[in-house]
Design a protein around this ligand. Structure first.
Ligand SMILES: CC(=O)NCC[C@H](N)C(=O)O
Length: 126
């Protein structure tokens, strides 16, 4: 059994801060459970384009307000606390945060814990 608190990870290599978001990777590849689980803060009034070519990501919003646009179709989905979106088709997408947004994110295959996006908005496969 694994029991952890965000506080245990703050300030470690699994606590990543970028211009538009920060993310604490609570559960990572080396934990060996088949997925990684992150708490991500999307900074207010930011716009980020991501394309998880190598991963499926589920994103559950627990705080804040924004929207996600699927770039292939132009469809825009509003996001608020309680909204889940899942990129099960490796969709290239743009996330726009109106306010600060708190998201619980699950990645399959799991992230190693120190990933930042490359120029395409992708994370490498380990
Ligand atoms: C929602 C989203 O994809 N944000 C970017 C960071 C990512 N969730 C991560 O935790 O690495």
């Amino acid at each position: 059994m694994i029991v952890r608190n965000l506080r245990d990870i703050a300030g470690t290599e699994h606590d990543v801060d970028t211009e538009n978001w920060s993310s604490v990777r609570l559960l990572v590849k080396k934990d060996g459970v088949g997925f990684s689980l992150h708490e991500t803060i999307i900074k207010p009034e930011t716009e980020s384009t991501f394309w998880y070519k190598n991963h499926v990501e589920a994103v559950y919003c627990t705080e804040g307000e924004g929207e996600v646009e699927v770039l292939e179709t132009g469809v825009v989905y509003p996001i608020q606390a309680g909204t889940l979106y899942v990129l099960n088709g490796h969709e290239k997408h743009t996330l726009r945060a109106k306010t600060q947004m708190r998201m619980v994110c699950v990645f399959n295959p799991p992230c190693s814990g120190n990933e930042v996006h490359d120029e395409e908005g992708t994370y490498p496969l380990d």
